[in-house]
Design a protein around this ligand. Structure first.
Ligand SMILES: *Cc1c(COP(=O)(O)O)cnc(C)c1O
Length: 391
């Protein structure tokens, strides 16, 4: 079976984890800050806090920006449900902006149109969450321009995108946003098992993110409402969570960071090989934007309705799965989820997302994918069911 994504674990990774297991601290020890420092230096940002997942990171990112009941948050419908749920956790309302037909990221013209309408009806969003789908940055320059014009804050859902760049800055530098969130789930670019990180340039937001990650507790006398009772003293000054990462996980993350550029470069090599192998097949291949560097988390193809393969998307999906190629769809538009039916979204409001959902398939993409895997995937793509042999 060839999965769509897979982690790469080295001997060094295993040793790093074992070292923590033999140490005094399994959590809240020295390794989490070391991992944070490593990510900070890599992306070029003053503050970074490791969290238990990107979902947790998105939640405290929204809270730190003051998202609450009565507020609106907008994101892309072509994302994982967590990009929308973070707003709902805060009691806010969620809405979606349709995607761009080429990059599949949030469409800037659609965002601009929707903002102009929202301004008239007095329903502007407090926060917009662009998602860097497949590791390719959204047009952050334009999104920042709109955020200044309409007064919303920006959280980058960069769950797919550590190691990527937009213009001359690394994703996570928050050059064009308030907060960036990474995921370290095993299918993503680097992994800690479960885990994530939030980054920001803003000292006040950093303080809030740090507190919210651990119960809303502070040990800093400057943040306390009274003088400390003694050196043991701490105060809970708001409602926070236990969204901490363990030192065991951070050790894995730190060790994985040593190979981040290698991982991304391998993904680019695989991308090139796919381009060559699939050049004569009538599918729409992913388009790389010149304005940055994608971390290439996913390799998404589209199959047009009257394609020369003479096959429907669903048939091709089943053909690949039957052949042992564990393709996937990223994503089912979030508004289609049964839980979201209570918000009465009109699917026709998102024509590009609907079209994308009916045409897309995610092919396998991970550093250890071999050339013979790719040749096998191509064979499955073009060989009718019944003519295939399992590899
Ligand atoms: C994976 C993912 C998340 C959630 O990440 P977790 O670390 O599993 O919580 C959020 N948004 C997007 C776009 C993702 O792909």
């Amino acid at each position: 079976m060839i999965p769509y994504g897979k982690q790469n674990i080295s001997g060094d990774d295993i040793e790093a984890v074992v070292e923590v297991l033999k140490s005094d601290f399994l959590t809240q020890g020295p390794v989490v800050p070391l991992f944070e420092k490593k990510v900070k230096e890599y992306v070029g940002v003053p503050y970074a806090y490791a969290v238990s997942s990107a979902t947790a990171g998105l939640h405290i990112a929204c809270l730190s920006l003051g998202v609450g009941p009565g507020d609106l948050v907008w994101t892309s419908p072509i994302s994982f449900v967590a990009s929308a749920n973070c707003a709902l956790y805060c009691g806010a309302q969620i809405d979606f902006v349709d995607i761009d037909p080429i990059s599949y990221n949030m469409s800037v013209p659609s965002l601009e149109t929707k903002l102009a309408l929202a301004e008239k009806s007095g329903k502007l969003p407090k926060v917009v969450i662009p998602v860097h789908l497949a590791g390719q940055s959204c047009d952050m320059l334009e999104i920042r321009r709109l955020s200044e014009k309409y007064g919303f804050r920006v959280i980058e859902d960069a769950s797919h995108a550590i190691g990527g760049e937009f213009k001359s800055s690394k994703i996570g530098s928050c050059e064009y946003s308030d907060i960036t969130v990474f995921s370290f789930h095993p299918v993503k670019i680097i992994t800690t098992g479960e885990g994530g990180m939030v980054t920001t340039k803003d000292a006040n937001l950093a303080e809030k993110l740090y507190r919210l990650r651990s119960h809303g507790i502070t040990r800093d006398p400057k943040e306390m409402t009274t003088q400390p009772d003694g050196s043991w003293y701490y105060q809970q000054i708001e409602l926070g969570y236990n969204y901490r990462l363990t030192d065991i996980q951070a050790a894995l993350g730190y060790s994985q960071m040593n190979r981040l550029d290698i991982f991304v470069n391998k993904r680019h090599e695989i991308f090139q090989k796919y381009s060559e192998l699939l050049s004569d097949i009538d599918i729409v291949k992913p388009c790389l934007n010149e304005e940055g560097k994608s971390s290439l988390h996913l390799y998404i193809i589209r199959l047009r309705q009257n394609n020369k393969l003479k096959i429907s998307r669903n048939e091709l999906f089943e053909r690949l799965r039957l052949g042992g190629v564990f393709v996937n769809i990223h994503y089912i538009p979030i508004y289609r989820q049964p839980f979201f039916s209570q918000f009465h979204f009109n699917w026709d409001d998102f024509p590009e997302s609907e079209k994308y959902y009916s045409e897309s398939i995610t092919l396998p993409m991970y550093p250890d994918l071999t050339y013979s895997d790719l040749e096998y995937i191509k064979k499955c793509l073009i060989t009718p069911i019944g003519h295939q042999t399992l590899f």
